[in-house]
Design a binder for this molecule. Structure first.
Ligand SMILES: CC(C)(COP(=O)(O)OP(=O)(O)OC[C@H]1O[C@@H](n2cnc3c(N)ncnc32)[C@H](O)[C@@H]1OP(=O)(O)O)[C@@H](O)C(=O)NCCC(=O)NCCS
Length: 231
């Protein structure tokens, strides 16, 4: 289980109370669908492992319950904040109505969750992914990110994906590096403490521009290593 200081930026009102919040109505559309005419749930369900882990369109109450049961340290309260009730209500509505919500299901259990949303017209922001400890490290998340994020977002002209994590979160930092994210920022947050920002370019032109400006001296990517990781 991750330590509290490894939490990333989804310290949302995922409490037992929010687990009973109403499910997003079938008619409602996450921000990605409204902005881009495409939502990540459109490519689901998607099988991720031979033993039956499947990515499916998420249901907010189940995601809230999963996080409160498995990752209770990912709350603002556990980080020492006392959220304003009005802000908490808005956050809940934002997560429920604006974000892409995905669950990793195994049988009738939720074993992982993903929450994300467009950051601007050409950028996507990953707020959270977390996998139940006994389902970690058979490369399910690596596969999920490639097949359910990179591919569909790139096909819809999204140019970059960004995410943040604590510098102490070794699992996330390694995963980002393997998936060819670049470290693109550091900041201090009143809510989550020190965070490193990572960006994965989906558009070769955007990555070329980034490397031209900032990548002088960095060794070229190794195709052999990437082939190994695809295997
Ligand atoms: C981060 C997390 C989602 C990764 O899930 P996962 O199912 O283990 O991911 P994968 O199996 O696809 O692992 C891919 C790579 O990530 C890195 N990694 C994953 N867990 C790791 C760990 N405990 N220590 C070091 N590296 C780790 C490894 O490089 C791994 O590749 P390898 O197993 O071939 O060495 C999972 O560790 C998790 O849920 N952590 C707790 C919640 C969290 O911190 N979420 C991020 C904040 S939003």
């Amino acid at each position: 289980m991750a330590e509290p200081d490894s939490a990333v930026s989804i310290q949302e009102p995922f409490t037992a109370a929010s687990a009973t919040a109403s499910v997003r109505t079938a008619a409602s559309m996450p921000q990605s669908g409204r902005m881009w005419g495409f939502a990540l749930r459109d490519v689901l369900p998607h099988k991720l492992s031979a033993d039956g882990v499947v990515a499916v369109a998420g249901e907010f109450p189940r995601i809230a319950r999963f996080l409160s049961e498995q990752f209770a340290m990912f709350t603002e309260e556990s980080q020492g904040s006392t959220p304003n009730p009005i802000v908490s209500k808005r956050k809940l509505e934002y997560l429920r109505d604006a974000c892409d919500l995905i669950e990793l299901r195994h049988g009738d259990e939720t074993v992982g969750v993903f929450v994300g949303a467009p950051e601007d017209w050409s950028s996507y922001y990953v707020r959270m992914f977390a996998v139940r400890r006994d389902f970690q490290r058979p490369a399910v998340i690596r596969r999920f990110v490639r097949e359910c994020l990179f591919t569909p977002l790139a096909e819809h002209a999204v140019e970059r994906i960004s995410a943040e994590t604590s510098p102490a979160n070794i699992a996330m930092s390694r995963l980002f590096t393997e998936l060819h994210f670049h470290a693109t920022g550091h900041h201090l947050s009143d809510r989550w403490g020190p965070m490193v920002r990572y960006t994965r370019f989906l558009s070769p032109a955007s990555e070329e521009q980034f490397l031209r400006k900032f990548g002088a001296g960095a060794p070229a990517d190794s195709p052999r290593k990437n082939e190994e990781l695809e295997a």
